[in-house]
Design a protein around this ligand. Sequence first.
Ligand SMILES: [Zn+2]
Length: 105
Amino acid sequence: MRKLSCKYCGNKEFYVLSVNETLCKCGMRLKKFSDYHTERDAKWEQLFRKEQKRKAELILKISLLTREIDGCLDNRDEPRFQELTEELKTCWRALHIGRNHSEKV
Ligand SMILES: [Zn+2]
């Protein structure tokens, strides 16, 4: 059986009032299954947040790289330009893989 916790406060201890009703420490009466949070939901939420953070970091890196690449073009610094475009490609790939993985259609 999956561990359940209160949707409102996250508490895992309940007072059982009747077969379909429990009372949480926060004072909420939990009647429906949707009043609870399952462990799986919490885990999924955590993964989702991690993924959002990863994407935000990649997007930031991409914008910094793009700016630096522009600078290389101005200074005609070709070795650095090559290096940065490779890094940029890697970032785009990482961003794409993440998106395809989480938003399968
Ligand atoms: Zn509660």
